[in-house]
Design a protein around this ligand. Structure first.
Ligand SMILES: NC(=O)c1ccc[n+]([C@@H]2O[C@H](COP(=O)([O-])OP(=O)(O)OC[C@H]3O[C@@H](n4cnc5c(N)ncnc54)[C@H](O)[C@@H]3O)[C@@H](O)[C@H]2O)c1
Length: 341
């Protein structure tokens, strides 16, 4: 970053993730958030931001603008990507953090509205230009990419785990269950939803759900395509998630201690996204963490000759930080192209 020209960002969806992205951008010196699109009223969005921010006093609402000493962000009441006039803000990229606009068609609508690039917070519904987890496949990012996904919090945690371990061991196959905080698309009380189990009360139940990470894993880690089954247990916890992964290794010689040692080395390789916890932590201990994977050394077990089980913690704030990493990655590619031309 040359310090003189911040990256100009738009955000659609000012929910938990959108607000975390905004807060992290405000704490940085290289990203300016010029516009936020959401269905919510500006005063309520401001109220929600203040209710959970680390330094709430810095955020002011001035008419339809959210301001800080450094940022001036227009709040727009918009409910479809096609309605948002990104061109008038001259942004470099939009992050769609609504979680509902994941199709190629939706992403094209952002582009047609004047966003040069769109990055979604979740896995896509269909094929897009790229799924990028910078530590793993950032090198494959292409300056021509327009429709990008940064995976999801769970996908990133799983990919980091598999990437680090697979540099030392041959993993034949495996299964991941995320024991996941409930999400805003679940019902508070039993209420007819998109399927049977999603229609049941989130704070009352352990709810088995599918997870799409297995379907897309091969786009980030080609050698794992079709090899890891992924699922979710949504539990009555508001925040904080646990990645429970079982792996079948080809070697019989690998010990739980060796797995932990490799993860400690991996944490040094990726210091901003991976850490290893040695303490007996629980989910509320990971709230506010910027890591994408807090590997739990006490959770590593071996059964039989080939079977290894691991635990890892994460929450959405780490994903908000990774989304901004992707924004910076593409801004660097743009700068390189500009410098070459
Ligand atoms: N938080 C998690 O752990 C998690 C995990 C998996 C999936 N998800 C999904 O990812 C998505 C984003 O996560 P989140 O926690 O930030 O959710 P959230 O519900 O806190 O935020 C979504 C935001 O998008 C806005 N929004 C909804 N529909 C919109 C529309 N049509 N136009 C403009 N704005 C709209 C909402 O007003 C809200 O501010 C959600 O769909 C969520 O279910 C979240």
């Amino acid at each position: 970053m040359d310090g003189s020209k911040p990256i100009r960002l738009g955000i659609m969806g000012f929910g938990q993730t959108g607000r975390q992205i905004y807060e992290l951008a405000c704490a940085s010196s290289d990203i300016a958030v010029l516009a936020v699109a959401d269905v919510g009223r500006p005063d309520i969005l401001h109220y929600l931001l203040q209710s959970e921010a680390k330094d709430p006093g810095q955020f002011r609402l001035e008419g339809n603008f959210l301001t800080t000493d450094r940022q001036r962000t227009r709040l727009m009441s918009i409910d479809t990507p096609g309605e948002m006039p990104w061109d008038i803000f001259d942004i470099d990229m939009v992050i769609d953090a609504t979680g509902i606009y994941g199709s190629e068609l939706d992403m094209r609508s952002h582009l047609d509205g004047g966003a040069p690039r769109v990055l979604i917070r979740t896995l896509p519904d269909d094929n897009i230009d790229r799924i990028v987890i910078p530590e793993i496949n950032g090198g494959s990012a292409d300056v021509r990419d327009r429709m990008i996904s940064a995976g999801s919090p769970t996908t990133t945690a799983l990919c980091l785990l598999l990437h680090i371990l697979s540099e030392h061991f041959v993993i034949e196959c495996g299964s991941m269950t995320t024991v996941h905080a409930y999400t805003s698309d679940q019902a508070l009380q039993d209420y007819a939803g998109s399927d049977y189990r999603r229609s049941r009360s989130a704070p009352k139940n352990i709810i088995p759900n599918g997870h799409d990470a297995g379907r897309w894993l091969g786009h980030v880690l080609p050698s794992f395509a079709g090899k890891i089954h992924t699922s979710t247990l949504n539990v009555p916890v508001q925040e904080g998630c646990l990645l429970d992964t079982t792996l079948v290794l080809d070697s019989t010689a690998v010990t739980a201690d060796e797995i932990n040692e490799v993860m400690r080395t991996g944490a040094k390789q990726f210091p901003s996204s991976v850490s290893v916890v040695e303490d007996p932590i629980v989910s509320s201990d990971v709230l506010g963490s910027d890591y994408s994977l807090l590997f739990d050394a006490k959770g590593t077990l071996k059964a039989g000759d080939h079977f290894i089980k691991t635990l890892g913690w994460y929450e959405t704030r780490g994903h908000a930080a990774r989304l901004l990493d992707v924004v910076r990655l593409y801004a660097d590619l743009d700068r390189k192209l500009e410098a070459e031309s």
